[in-house]
Design a protein around this ligand. Structure first.
Ligand SMILES: [Zn+2]
Length: 270
């Protein structure tokens, strides 16, 4: 397969057999075999309650702290915004909070997660954002929180985001930064390496290059404190962490989670 940043098809193994790196632009991604896994088989109830997340619902308070910070940033960057779209909206925790400020709509590939959101009466559409024709209802903000690394075709998705946004609209992305100090020290042991759910491993440099190529200009880059629950943290330290440990949000700074906010350059057509 061709590199989504530079178009080259030359790769070499990276750190271990699970990852490959483009020899031209150095983008890291999961090895080809992982791309054949169908999302319907990956994002089941087990993914949210036991596999990737020990307990996604238990992370709700911690996620809400992260979302509060991001909402404050978006309100500053796009004060006139009225419509917000979230790609990969999970159980709808962000949609629920963002709905206080904007008209919101979420897209979620996981049938199980979308059902959780729909049960809370949140406007979440189960399906592939790439197949949804929403260009007519132009949005002002599109968010991909910890989502871009899961997509099979991030470049196509970002091109569609650019087309679906109003002139000067904002795309907001959070993801791991494989160029940060911690992954460079830990290499194959880095906690964010888990194909086939994580397919793409951007460095900040390559994420910015891709955004620029599809028509965005980055306006804010940050490595914020991000919150996880005390229970999650205890689980990282010991597999035998007791379940009664609470969901108190704990701020962490690992330096390898980056948030990028970028504005659509094209502003003449609507
Ligand atoms: Zn490349």
């Amino acid at each position: 397969m061709k590199c989504i940043v530079c178009g080259s098809d030359k790769t070499r193994d990276y750190w271990d057999h699970r990852l490959v790196q483009c020899t031209e632009c150095f983008l890291v991604r999961a090895a080809d075999s992982y791309f054949s896994c169908q999302p319907s088989g990956l994002y089941t109830e087990t993914y949210y309650q036991g596999a990737e997340y020990a307990d996604y619902m238990g992370e709700r308070k911690a996620l809400a702290r992260n979302f509060q910070q991001r909402i404050a940033i978006l309100r500053r960057l796009a004060p006139e915004a009225r419509k917000l779209v979230e790609i990969g909206s999970g159980y709808g925790f962000f949609l629920e909070m963002a709905g206080r400020y904007w008209g919101v709509k979420g897209f979620e590939i996981s049938e199980y997660a979308a059902q959780q959101a729909q049960r809370m009466s949140l406007p979440c559409i189960q399906g592939d954002y790439l197949l949804e024709d929403i260009a007519a209802e132009k949005s002002d903000i599109v968010c991909l929180w910890d989502a871009i690394e899961h997509l099979r075709t991030p470049r196509l998705v970002l091109e569609k985001v650019e087309a679906d946004l109003r002139p000067r609209g904002v795309v907001a992305i959070s993801t791991g930064d494989i160029g940060a100090l911690l992954p460079r020290l830990q290499k194959a042991r880095w906690r964010l390496i888990h194909p086939p759910t994580h397919l793409w491993y951007f460095s900040l440099t390559l994420l910015l290059r891709l955004l620029r190529e599809v028509g965005f200009e980055p306006v804010k880059i940050s490595y914020p404190f991000h919150y996880r629950s005390l229970r999650w943290l205890a689980g990282r330290v010991s597999r035998c962490a007791p379940r009664w440990i609470g969901d108190l949000p704990i701020p962490l700074q690992t330096g390898d989670i980056v948030e990028v906010y970028a504005r659509k350059r094209r502003g003449t057509s609507d």
